[in-house]
Structures are given as C-alpha cells and as structure tokens.
Design a protein around this ligand. Sequence first.
Ligand code: ZN
Ligand code: ZN
Length: 403
Amino acid sequence: RGRHRRLNYPCGLHPCHMMGHMSEHHTEHLFPASVYQHRLTQAATAARNAGLDGLIFGTGAELAYLTGSWISTHERLTALIIPTDGSEPTFILPAVDRGDLALSAIPELTVTVRGWVDGDNPHDLAVKALHLAPDTHPTIGLGSSLTADHVLPLQQRIGGSTVLAATVLKELFMRKAEEEITALRNAAAAIDRVFAAVPKLLQPGRSEQDVARDLNYLILKEGHAAVDFIIVGSAANGANPHHSYSDRILKAGDVVVVDIGGTYGPNYHSDCTRTFIVGGPEEQHNPDIAAMYNVLERAQAAAVAAVKPGVTAESIDRIARNIITEAGYGEQFIHRTGHGIGLSTHEEPFIMEGNHLTLEPGMAFSIEPGIYIEGQYGARIEDIVVVTETGCETLNNQPRSLQ
Ligand code: ZN
Ligand code: ZN
C-alpha cells in the first residue's frame, strides 16, 4: 500500500520514553553494541569506496540503524558524523538531551559525543567533525531525514558537493543481516498470532472501531513495543486502501480487509493483511466475490513464488499485475505490489514498475496485491518475504483464504 495510518507518539517520542522502565528496555530494543560498531565501519567503508569524504545523519531510521538511537530533538541539530579518513565518528546533540543516550548503543561505541549549548554553532561542529583537508572540494553524504534548515547551513560550510547518503549505503540498508531477519521473523510471528484471533473479533453488530480497539490491545499483548497502524475496512470501506477504521457497523457476509502492524524487539516492523468475511466464509454467497478473491490469491502466490535472487523488483510487480489484469481487474489494482520493510514500514526496495533493481539475498519486502471494487468491497493479501539464496522465505503464515 502507498501509505499506512500511523498512530503517532506525542511529540514524536519513541515509546520507550513513555514506558518508564528504561533499563529493562535497554537490552530488549537493541542489538549487541558490536553489531552497531560493525555497521559504523561498514558505512565508512562504503562511503569511502564510493568516493565520499564523510557522512552526516540526522535522527530517524538511518541513525537507529547505525547506533540504536531513536532520539528526537526537533529543530535543534542532532547528528552522527562519520569521517571516511578512518578517524572516530562524532555524535553531536543538544547537551540537555544527553540523558537519552542511555537508550542507545552510543555509550558503548567508539564514538565521540559532543553536547552543544545555545551559543555554540552545531553546524560548525558537525562539519569540523568530518576532518576535511583544507582547500579541497569534498563530497559529503547527507542522511535522508535532515531537514532544509540543517542541510542549507551544512552545505554552505562543506563548500564542496553533497549527495544523499542512502545512494551509497543502499546495499547496506536493503540487504538485511541475519540479526535483522531474525527480528523481522519475530515481528511477523507476533502479528500472525494477532491474526489468528481476528475471525472471532468480526461479529455482526460490532463496529470497525470496536475491532480496531481489540486489535490495538492484541498487537501490544503479543509483544510489540508499539502499534504502528490499524486498518479495518469493511464492505465499501475496504475498497479504499487508505481507509483506517470508522464507526461503520459490521453485517454478516461483509468483506473486511484487516491490515495491521507494529514495532517489535529492536524496532523492526510487522505488516500483514488478510481479508475476512463477517460471520465466516459460509456467510459469503456472492459468486463475484469468490471469483475476485480466487484471482487475488493466485496473483499473490505467483508473485511470492517468483521471488529469488537475480530477478528485478518490477518483474515481481508484473507477475501479480498480469494475473489480475488478465482476469479483468487490472483497473482495480491501484497500487504497487510491495515495499521494503525494516526499521521503517516503507523503505527500499519498492516492488513496482520502473524499479530495475535486481533482488539479492537478505532483501525484505511485502507482496501485497489488492483488488478494490469502488463502492462495494476490497480485498488484499499481504505477506513479508525475505530473499534467500534460492528463493524466498515467507515470514507471515496465517491462512490466506477468505476466512
Ligand atoms: Zn505493507
Ligand atoms: Zn500492510
């Protein structure tokens, strides 16, 4: 899907801040420090090999990948600076936020921490930490989450050129390491346990909102640290892939799209969709729905079966789309087939027309074709898959039939 409803945390805080038991959470949401130390080295090496003279990251998923930190400091510059000359990375942040470092691996990493106070110039500090040789024309990679109020003063001080760090670190971010695949597998197993309970939640007379409230509870109960989004799209609401949930009351025989996800363990995302019939499949008497769903099941299964190293991302989209189009529903499949997943719900690789990227082992993404009959109902089947040496592993394994 294009966009999931996000249940935002107040002030953009990571949920750990609100839970009040930081030390308990410290180990649970982090990999061992050696993992982050290794990633810092890999990032510096990849940047150097690509001809860059350094990297600067703001807060967000890229910083979390490299240091385990989800710190959020809003308009004040917090940045990880990685020189490519072999010297130590520097983490600069407003001094007042230093206490939050305990939630990350930073205290255990070979990283210089530099707190700044009002009156200091954080952009000067950041560029100095790159250790650039004077009178050169450096090329610096900037993190995707840095905003214009930081990018412009950084560019001015760097003087040379800037590129998006993700363009040279793509491989590193997209090819998940074993510990990341384990984290995604655990997240998927947790959301599968929630799905096992969904049929009995979908009772006539209950509203989408009632079901969403139960799902919110179950997502946390099954071990997620936070709920990411909840979609309960019954009848015509299911035909809108951007629907979240409403006060619509469920009726026996309604088609319901349930798409849910959360963050688990070291903040890896789950994201899974199944389609249900209120009251169970025996309440479904419309042959059009059965025919449509059969096409969708075939399309989703064929796309999953085609995932292997060496094929392109767009070829997977085409396989699902061709089956749906040949059956006459092409106009009703209105989004791309899938998106990468990891520390964010939507990231590269995107499984869509025009993406010539060749799939490689370790890449993790969704396969989620859908058919949306405007004004009537919708259906979607979504699994997270990880590319293996010979094919792929499907992380979600609840039944895919209309339940
Ligand atoms: Zn998805
Ligand atoms: Zn989804």
